[in-house]
Design a binder for this molecule. Structure first.
Ligand code: SAM
Length: 237
């Protein structure tokens, strides 16, 4: 059978595509994209004359069996999302699972994804962390926040501009006002910035500043009281 490739694409800066990603984009028999307009401009920029087929959240389930048929017939398939690594807060998981079930080779190329630079820029412990993606907006939000209040690893969240302040406010409420964190915005782009401080400081910074762009929030893990004297690396001085 053919092979399924997950191909990371830039999260802003078009220079962040690997040589191998470009080669695989050219070579695959079938290219699937979350949004064919976004993929169209990337392919044009890379001077790749190829048409992508749409594979998004809403047809992900239904399209999977069709794609598996192509793969079983020996065709190679590439999947890209609008930005970053497919299957990371983006479509891809169902296809990967279905391919593995059918014994089809799956290969995810390493490449751009927003949470890695955000975590490293945060200055918070990075030897162990939990990636939470987007918090649920309503159902399950409180329960998860309560559970995460005692999570000891650094936590990483994706957030949209219009929910950033509400989410920082919830963090202050559930994790405590003095919990350390960082907000990275516009990673790899011209106006990239990372702001560090307590969740309350982060909130007031963004209340007074632009809320344009895309955001990754990192939050320091909970430090059990008995450890507080020895463990100071969660504090950004
Ligand atoms: N697949 C992507 C990845 O690998 O990171 C994530 C896609 S998800 C739909 C989009 C979210 O990723 C945004 O809301 C934001 O939280 C984060 N993100 C993507 N690009 C970013 C950037 N340049 N700067 C900051 N955050 C970004």
């Amino acid at each position: 059978s053919g092979k399924l490739y997950l191909i990371p694409t830039p999260i802003g800066n078009l220079e962040d595509i690997t040589l191998r990603a470009i080669r695989i984009l050219k070579e695959v028999d079938i290219l699937l994209a979350e949004d064919t307009r976004t993929s169209g401009s990337l392919l044009k920029h890379l001077e790749i004359d190829k048409k992508a087929f749409s594979h998004h959240q809403h047809n992900e389930h239904k399209a999977t069996q069709e794609i598996i048929k192509f793969l079983l017939a020996g065709k190679s398939v590439g999947l890209i999302s609008d930005a970053g690594t497919p299957a990371i807060s983006d479509p891809g998981f169902f296809l990967v699972r279905a391919a593995i079930k059918e014994g089809i080779d799956v290969e995810c190329l390493p490449g751009p994804t927003a949470f890695v630079p955000a975590l490293v820029n945060s200055g918070l412990p990075s030897e162990s962390f939990t990636f939470e993606g987007f918090l649920p907006v309503k159902k399950g939000r409180q329960t998860l926040l309560k559970k995460l209040a005692t999570e000891e690893r650094t936590m990483i969240f994706y957030e949209s501009p219009h929910r950033l302040l509400k989410t920082l406010e919830d963090f202050a409420q559930y994790f405590g006002e003095d919990r350390q964190g960082s907000v990275s915005r516009e990673l790899t782009k011209l106006f990239e910035e990372t702001v560090r401080g307590t969740v309350v400081e982060l909130k007031s910074h963004f209340e007074n500043n632009t809320l344009k762009g895309e955001f990754v929030i990192c939050i320091a893990g909970f430090i059990p009281t008995k450890d507080k004297k020895n463990k100071t690396y969660n504090d950004i001085d």
